[in-house]
Design a binder for this molecule. Sequence first.
Ligand SMILES: Cc1cc2nc3c(=O)[nH]c(=O)nc-3n(C[C@H](O)[C@H](O)[C@H](O)COP(=O)(O)OP(=O)(O)OC[C@H]3O[C@@H](n4cnc5c(N)ncnc54)[C@H](O)[C@@H]3O)c2cc1C
Length: 361
Amino acid sequence: MTITPQNIAIIGAGIMGLSNAFALLQDGHRITLYDPAGFPADNASFIAGGMLAPFSEIEHMPASWIEAGLESINLWQEIAATLPAPIDFHKTGSLFVAHKEDLHILERFASHLKSQKSCRRVGREEINALEPHLNGRFTTGLYLENEAYLYPSQTMQALCDDLRGQGAQMKQEWADPAILDQQYDIVLDCRGHSAENTDSNLRGVKGEIVLARNPEFSLSRPVRLMHPRYPLYIVPRPDHVFMIGATNIEGAGGEHVSLRSAMELMSALYTLHPSFGDAQIIALHSGIRPSYEDNLPRITVRGNIIACNGLFRHGFLLSPFLSECVRKHIAGEKDNLHTSFVSIENEDHDQRTRKNLRGAA
Ligand SMILES: Cc1cc2nc3c(=O)[nH]c(=O)nc-3n(C[C@H](O)[C@H](O)[C@H](O)COP(=O)(O)OP(=O)(O)OC[C@H]3O[C@@H](n4cnc5c(N)ncnc54)[C@H](O)[C@@H]3O)c2cc1C
C-alpha cells in the first residue's frame, strides 16, 4: 500500500507522543513534536516503573487489552533492536511474593490468573533460584514468565535521539490542538493528564516512587510485593539502583511525595531485605497518571485531531500497540484487531469547512 506522507503535529512528548512519532516516521510522515518540558520531558512517563506486565495488571484489564499488552512487548523488543543506543529491555518475567500476613492477597490475585498458562506457582527453592538475594525470605510466590520491563528515562532519551536523527522537528513550547489543527494535516493530542481542561472524562491518579541504591542487593526482574493498600513493586535499574512504587492516589494534586507515602514505600523495601536499611535514597518522585473512568486508554478521532489518552498504569505496556492502531488508522489499513480500538466521532461542521478550504487552497 502506498502511503501519502502527511504533516503531523504531535502534542506531548510522554511515551504516547514519542511512540506515535516513532511509528509514524516508519511510514514516511513529517513529524513535529511539541512539549514545553523538553525532549525527553520530565513527566509521568519519565519516572514510571517501565514494567510491561499485562498479567500482573489483570485486575485492571479485560482480555482484549492483555492481548494488546503482549503485542506491545513484541513491539518493544523490535524497537529496542532498532534504536541505535542500547536500552535496558529485559524479558525475564515478574515474580510475586507476599509476607505471611499478606498471603491471602496473593491467593486472591492467583485466582484471577487461574486460566493463564504463563503463571506458575513457585516455592522457596524456585524463588531462591530466580532471585538468590531474596535468600529464603519467601516460601510461596507466583512467577509470570512472559512479562518484561525496560528503563523509561533511558528509553525516552534513546527514542528522542533517534527521532531527531530521523528528521523529526522538536519544539519546546506549549501547543493547542485546536490551533495546530489549522496548520497540519493531522494533530495527535498526547497531552496526558493536562488534557483534563478540555476532556472532562479524564482524571489524574497520583503515583509516588522512591529510588534507592543498595550495593548489597541484586534482582533480575521486577518483584511485586503483595500489600493491603496498593500493589507494590521493586524494579531493578542499573548500578544496584531500585525503584519502589507506586502509590495510587485518586484526586491528589501537587508534585510532592507525601511523608506517609515515602515511609510506607521505604518500610516495604526494608521488609523485602534488611540490607535496605543502609541503602542510599537517591530520589523521590511523583507523577499523575491520565485515566478515564474504566482505567482503559482511548484513541478518539475528531476530524483531523486524534487524541490518545487515558493510559493510566499502562503507558509503557500499551503505547506501541496504540501507536500501531494510530498508524494503521492514518494509513487507512483496516484489520479486526487494531481498527476496533479506534473510535471515530463525527466531525463538526467547522472542521469539515476548514478541511474543505484547505483542500481548495
Ligand atoms: C509512579 C508511576 C509508575 C508507573 N509505572 C508504570 C509501569 O511500570 N508500566 C507502565 O506501562 N506504565 C506505568 N505508569 C503509567 C505511565 O507512566 C503513564 O500511563 C504514561 O506516562 C502516560 O503517558 P502520556 O504520554 O499519556 O503522558 P505523560 O507522560 O504525562 O506526557 C504528557 C506530556 O504532554 C506534555 N503536554 C501537556 N500539555 C501540553 C501542551 N499543551 N503542549 C505541549 N505539550 C504538552 C507534558 O509536558 C508531558 O510531557 C506509571 C505511572 C506512574 C505515575
